[in-house]
Design a protein around this ligand. Structure first.
Ligand code: AMP
Length: 279
């Protein structure tokens, strides 16, 4: 695996590898890599010839400075993991200067409303930051395919819309949520959970599975009540939002077809998100 830090180094590495009509698969990440990230790289390897992974903690997508400061940085072990377990050809880990030059700010996007739901409501400016950095990466890497996890389902939809708006010739592939044995969705933030928080965290997925079952039988009002009650019984988790939303508009819906249930919850100051497809 070639490790690159600058756009010039990355371009040189791509030029050396890209012969004939080999295509490029791109997996952007913020590091603190886990098997969920590796499952995206595996998926990329199935579909493409040259795999580029990036590690960059993007400051413009954090509405909360504390969260940015505390975001795990495990670059040494990330590199080891990629070299040992992933079929990644090039790692690109730029610094903020390389990505933003002298202006660390985001462009403003109109995504037709999906940016204002859920994560957009609770993390102001988050998706402008995401779209800005993903577009920058796409311009630098110029991939044929890019891989994003359904763990961040709203982000996946935002990236698809951004590609449409910017008329980029890149296919966006959504990949399933990779979970721990007890059901907890893998996340870089999980390493910050203490023992008690870690024990309670799988409750989120347990509730989502129960919601899925109930969506065949019960009204939205009953399901909302059920979720609130479950969270009130949890020792460590505090619910930020629970929504059943249409997969395309991401608006709240009473119609459970083509919908997903979404949860954001805090364990202490650690924010966890998860979702499940209904019906
Ligand atoms: P992050 O490093 O958290 O920004 O995530 C980088 C990419 O990995 C995003 O497309 C995420 O949706 C995806 N990802 C993170 N956790 C998981 C997971 N547990 N399963 C599948 N994809 C994931």
């Amino acid at each position: 695996m070639r490790i690159t830090h600058t756009i010039t180094e990355l371009n040189n590495a791509i030029n050396q590898l890209r012969t004939g009509n080999l295509n490029i698969g791109f997996v952007p990440t913020m590091g603190a890599l886990h098997q969920g990230h590796l499952s995206l790289i595996d998926e990329a390897k199935e579909k493409t010839d040259i795999i580029i992974t990036s590690i960059f903690v993007n400051p413009t997508q954090f509405d909360n400075k504390e969260d940015l400061v505390k975001y795990p940085n495990t670059i040494e072990s990330d590199i080891k993991l990629l070299e040992k377990q992933a079929k990644c050809d090039i790692l690109f880990c730029p610094n903020a200067n390389e990505m933003y030059q002298d202006s660390i700010s985001s462009d403003h996007y109109d995504f037709g409303g999906i940016e204002n739901q859920m994560e957009g409501k609770f993390r102001k400016g988050h998706f402008d930051g995401v779209a800005t950095i993903v577009k920058k990466f796409f311009e630098i890497v110029n991939p044929d395919f890019a891989f994003f996890g359904e763990k961040d389902f709203q982000q996946l939809e935002i990236v698809k819309k951004m590609v449409e708006i910017e008329k980029l010739n890149i296919q966006i592939i959504g990949c399933p949520i990779f979970r721990e044995k007890d059901g907890l969705a893998m996340s870089s933030r999980n390493i910050r959970l203490n023992e008690s928080q870690r024990n309670d965290a799988p409750t989120i997925y347990k509730i989502l599975k129960q919601v899925k079952t109930k969506s065949n039988l019960e009204s939205i009002e009953n399901i909302n009540k059920f979720v609130l009650e479950k969270f009130s019984q949890s020792k460590e988790l505090e619910l930020e939002y629970f929504e059943i939303s249409n997969e395309k508009t991401l608006e709240k819906t009473n119609d459970f077809s083509n919908s997903r249930a979404f949860i954001a919850a805090f364990a202490g100051d650690i924010r966890l998100i998860d979702n499940i497809k209904l019906q």
